[in-house]
Design a protein around this ligand. Structure first.
Ligand code: URA
Length: 429
């Protein structure tokens, strides 16, 4: 296999054979094929797409680049949730412990920030001491003991996705339907799950801006799930504004803790319960949607979901007592505000720009080697449909790097449109 020949084939629109694809990816994971050749292949896939056979091969090769979990010894329904990526989406941090407290096993492998979207892994790593790099043995025993563990792609699990994901983030190759699908599904298949619910985001803060593209993505995810024997449900949700009241790193963990304490924002909880209901139905724990929602609310009210989160933090190296002081952790050194230029109602929010601004603020990476600032984030004081008075704050930004804060504030100048009409929009399509 000559890498440049394979890149040319894909560039010219041909379908790659499983053998060639396997060799290319194995050599990339083994560092024989350099980043620049993989970048070129990713760009060729971005432009030419993949047919189903090629895609199923890619997923299989990515899964087999590492080890696969096996939880068949557990007498529990093993399941997971994943989102295609958005801004302010902290649902996994709420839903995983909630479902584990409901009696499911949730071995979750999450991703880092990608492009303008936040990553669960980067958020979780702001919990002092919390390890997302558990060995397979540790991952297995955490799930067996507590019914939950949240980790990242390691060298053992989906190393191909780990390398390709970071490379896509910095080479303009994120928004490719087959690349998104293979990245998500390879991690999910390697988890050894039986059931899956996927939150496919649509809107100006999602990778898929158009409903047709989101449906194409959702259908492809479902086909991959079916091909690999995983019951896969798709929920389409609105990403035309950030989810909840915060976007960033530690501030999102804080908001997730508030949600687990019963004080979550309405939109965040609506999506959490919708996604959770699908898995409770799949697991046979609920047979009706309204029962599934009531059950989840009662688990939050009882404190069991928060207890499960604290148990997970402790198992993965964090200190639950630190979490009790969560409002005092990672306090930012600097704050700034975007204020309303006129009175009225918020008409629209440029969520993509907000996501990019969170990267500038210190929540994401512009290049592979960039480090992130746990204290960085934004609070959305007002959201679409809400009224605002001239001069009052709409977005508060905070971090621990003054010049990044100033650059962010400049960037956010025209992301909010204010008008006279009060807009409403659905959250779940
Ligand atoms: N989430 C993933 O895990 N991978 C992607 O490519 C996009 C979202």
């Amino acid at each position: 296999m000559i890498p440049a020949e394979l890149i040319k084939q894909k560039r010219n629109g041909a379908t790659l054979s499983k053998n060639d694809l396997r060799k290319f990816i194995h050599e990339y994971v083994g560092n024989t094929i350099p980043d620049y050749q993989m970048s070129a292949l990713l760009m060729a896939i971005y432009f030419n797409g993949m047919d189903d056979d090629e895609l199923f091969s890619l997923v299989e090769i990515m899964v087999n680049s590492g080890k696969k979990m096996d939880f068949s010894n557990l007498d529990l329904f093993v399941a997971d949730k994943h989102s295609t990526g958005g801004v302010g989406d902290k649902v996994s941090i709420i839903l995983a412990p909630l479902l584990a407290a409901a009696g499911l096993a949730i071995p979750m492998i999450s991703g880092r920030s990608l492009g303008h979207t936040g990553g669960t892994l980067d958020k979780l790593e702001t919990i002092p001491g919390f390890r997302t790099d558990l060995s397979l043995k540790e991952f297995q025993s955490a799930v067996e003991q507590s019914g939950i563990a949240m980790i990242g792609q390691t060298n053992e699990i989906c190393p191909a996705d780990r390398k390709m994901y970071s490379l896509r983030d910095v080479t303009g190759t994120i928004e490719s339907i087959p690349l998104i699908c293979s990245s998500i599904m390879s991690k999910k298949i390697a988890e050894g799950i039986q059931g899956l619910v996927l939150d496919v985001k649509i809107g100006n803060g999602a990778f898929m801006k158009k409903t047709e593209d989101a449906h194409m993505l959702g259908n492809m995810l479902k086909r991959i799930g079916g091909h690999f024997g995983i019951t896969t449900d798709i929920v389409y949700s609105n990403m035309n504004q950030p989810l909840g009241r915060t976007a960033g790193l530690w501030c999102e963990v804080r908001e997730a803790i508030d949600s687990l304490k019963g004080n979550g924002p309405a939109d965040t909880m609506e999506i959490t319960y919708e996604l959770g209901s699908h898995l409770l139905l799949q697991a046979g724990i609920s047979d009706k949607l309204d029962h599934a929602v009531t059950l989840q609310k009662s688990i939050i009210d009882s404190g069991k979901a928060l207890d499960k989160f604290l148990e997970m933090v402790e198992t993965q190296g964090g200190n639950p007592e630190t979490i009790e002081q969560y409002k005092k952790l990672h306090l930012p050194q600097y704050n700034g505000e975007i204020t309303a230029e006129k009175s009225g109602f918020i008409q629209s929010i440029n969520t993509y720009e907000i996501g990019l601004a969170t990267v500038v603020l210190g929540c994401g990476r512009a290049k592979l080697s960039d480090s992130i600032d746990p204290s960085a984030g934004m609070e959305f004081v007002k959201k679409t449909g809400e009224d605002i008075q001239k001069g009052k704050p709409i977005i508060r930004c905070f971090n621990s790097d003054k010049s990044k804060l100033q650059n962010t504030l400049k960037r956010l100048k025209s992301v909010i449109q204010i008008g006279e009409k009060q807009i409403t929009q659905p959250l779940i399509y």
